[in-house]
Design a protein around this ligand. Structure first.
Ligand code: ADP
Length: 590
């Protein structure tokens, strides 16, 4: 129901109270005045009647009608009252206003009845004779213990009515003025009471709307002042608490959103209470801001997660599982769900934490792949060595030519084993040591390139391959010289290995705006584009047979990549199948 404003409660009440008071005053005073005048008239009439009685007793005894009629006239002339003299049988002996013969028997008149019974009779009624409201007083005339007649005095009430009317008019006029003044005064008083309350109400509304900048006026009555002061204090405290709550909320959200782990909190009905950025990213939640309040089924289209949360909400203990989510990337999420407890230790939902273990899983896979690859690479030469030694032991040793041939093969496989192990050691050194641990020095690149070419020169000569070096004389870089030389040896070695006889290999160093680019270009067999992406992986070979035949370990390019990374640089390859390839190492300036 719409509550009335306090003004509309006060003002009408004041008006009603004033109106009731005035009406009461009017009614009481009117009645009192009426009664007063009636009493006065009655007293006057009674006194006159007693006086007249003395004078008419004698003619009454003798029933001298004429004398009595005259007496009535003469006595009435000296007074304002009408005088009527009546015998006990009701016959009118004389009347000052009318001829007694014209008047009927008066025995039944109430005042006469009373007088005949020996009392003073009084009556206020309408006179049919005079057509007016009259007050009658009748007194008995006693002679020797007997009522021998009645003297009645009467007076019309007209004068008194007029008097009372005029008094009532004045009271009414005065009352209306008082009513008007009371209305104005009540209006002022009601306003004075309601206005500060209205102001407090407006202030309270602003507080409720979150505007704590305003303060209520502390002027007015004691109650209003203390109410305003209390509300101002309340606003201050509320503002303080609100600020604290907002600060804590922001801190909590900042902590949650900067967490690497995904965090999801749901209530007991499975509606989302909170969801951080990481969790939204793992499950590709498009608008995480609008997720609050929605059900998990609606936001997370992952049945396994929905079931997991269901089990957490049903049970008491912490649950764990691993979820795999696939969209742009594959996420392996180690998931822990536990009950969310409220202030009184009552369960209010569940909180789920997602730990991204994808990298760990990838590394585990890489490690197991690597172990398998290494074992495989080592197994081939070892099997060969074992086979040839067994053949030698079985008698081939006795044939010097065969023995020589077999031992050379064994030596070749041993070299291969050695090369693989050297490369593996090199890789592991590169993986363990970062840029900080390397000895860096300013070295001229032309010198490094010539040394590398020299190492490969023998092989190149065998295949009649020309190696060209193009490098500005003064070009130098802050590098680890042996490692850069090793990278160049690997690249030039590959260019020679995978080129046909008589081709040319070009080794270049170019200054670029943000660093130096080393490149080795050959006119060799080239590499089909589908292999390019994986070329720098350990043990990845395009043509396994040719690589083994050429004494390759499958680790050369992986080593080049690690050397480049150790210098903060990158490697890249461009190749056209059947035409040749260019391998580049980019070394950034800093
Ligand atoms: P490998 O010891 O087998 O040469 P690398 O890691 O050096 O191992 O090279 C990986 C693979 O890349 C090689 O097996 C070869 O198939 C291919 N490759 C490397 N360099 C070249 C090149 N210049 N031309 C064509 N193929 C190349």
């Amino acid at each position: 129901m719409h509550a009335k404003r306090i003004f509309w409660k006060l003002y009408p009440s004041y008006l009603i109270v004033t109106l009731l008071s005035l009406t009461a005053v009017y009614v009481i005073s009117s009645t009192a005045i009426n009664r007063f005048f009636e009493q006065q008239i009655e007293k006057n009439l009674t006194e006159q009647a007693w006086l007249i009685k003395e004078q008419v007793t004698a003619p009454m005894v003798t029933r001298e009608i004429e004398t009595l009629s005259r007496s009535a006239d003469t006595l009435s002339a000296n007074s304002s009252a009408r005088i009527t003299l009546i015998f006990p049988d009701g016959i009118v002996a004389g009347d000052s206003d009318k001829a007694s013969s014209e008047m009927g028997n008066h025995r039944d008149r109430p005042e006469i009845k009373d007088a005949l019974a020996g009392h003073v009779g009084q009556s206020l009624r309408y006179s049919n004779t005079l057509k007016k409201n009259m007050m009658y007083v009748a007194v008995p005339v006693w002679v020797e213990g007997r009522v021998i007649g009645v003297v009645r005095t009467s007076m019309p009430m007209t004068d008194m009515d007029q008097l009372i009317d005029s008094v009532q008019h004045r009271i009414t006029f005065g009352g209306l003025i008082i009513l008007f003044l009371a209305a104005v005064l009540s209006l002022i008083v009601s306003r004075r009471i309601s206005r500060p309350l209205e102001r407090i109400k407006e202030g309270a509304k602003r507080f409720a709307d979150g505007d704590f900048s305003c303060r209520l006026h502390t002027i007015g009555s004691t109650e209003i002042t203390s109410l305003a002061e209390t509300m101002n204090q309340m606003a201050e405290q509320l503002e303080d608490r609100l600020q604290t709550v907002i600060k804590e909320k922001n801190q909590r959200e900042a902590v949650l959103s900067s967490m690497v782990e995904g965090v999801l909190a749901v209530d007991t009905d499975g509606h989302i209470i909170s969801l951080n950025k990481a969790a939204a990213r793992f499950f590709q939640v498009i608008q995480p801001e609008t997720a609050k309040g929605r059900s998990i089924e609606e936001v997370f289209r992952n049945v396994k997660l929905q079931k997991f949360i269901g089990s957490v909400l049903k049970g008491q203990e912490t649950l764990e599982c691993e979820l795999t989510v696939q969209h742009n990337e594959i996420y392996h999420l180690q998931t822990r769900g536990t009950n969310l407890l409220g202030v009184q230790g009552k369960r209010i939902g569940a909180v789920v934490v997602f730990n991204d273990v994808s990298r760990l899983r990838r590394l585990e896979n890489l490690r197991s792949d690597f172990v398998a690859n290494v074992s495989h690479e080592l197994k081939t030469p070892i099997t060969s060595i074992k086979g040839f030694i067994e053949t030698l032991l079985d008698g081939a040793m006795n044939d010097p030519v065969e023995a020589d041939r077999f031992l050379k093969i064994v030596a070749k496989h041993a070299d291969r084993l050695n090369a693989i192990i050297d490369d593996l050691l090199m890789l592991s050194r590169l993986e363990q040591g970062g840029k900080e641990e390397m000895e860096m020095q300013q070295a001229g690149l032309a010198g490094l390139m010539s040394s590398a070419v020299e190492v490969c020169a023998h092989r190149a000569e065998k295949k009649e391959i020309t190696i060209q070096v193009e490098c500005p004389d003064n070009l130098s870089a802050n590098v680890n010289p042996p490692l850069i030389e090793q990278a160049l040896i690997n690249l030039i070695g590959n260019a020679v290995k995978y080129s046909a006889e008589g081709k040319t290999v070009t080794v270049r160093a170019d200054r670029e705006p943000d660093g130096i680019n080393l490149s080795v270009t050959d006119q060799g067999y080239g590499i089909a584009s589908e292999h390019l992406e994986r070329l720098f992986e350990r043990f990845y070979r395009v043509d396994k047979g040719r690589s083994r035949q050429e004494g390759g370990t499958g680790l050369g390019l992986a080593i080049v990549k690690h050397i480049a990374q150790a210098h903060g640089g990158t490697v890249s390859v461009k190749s056209t199948f059947g035409k040749g390839s260019t391998f580049s190492v980019f070394l950034p300036a800093s």
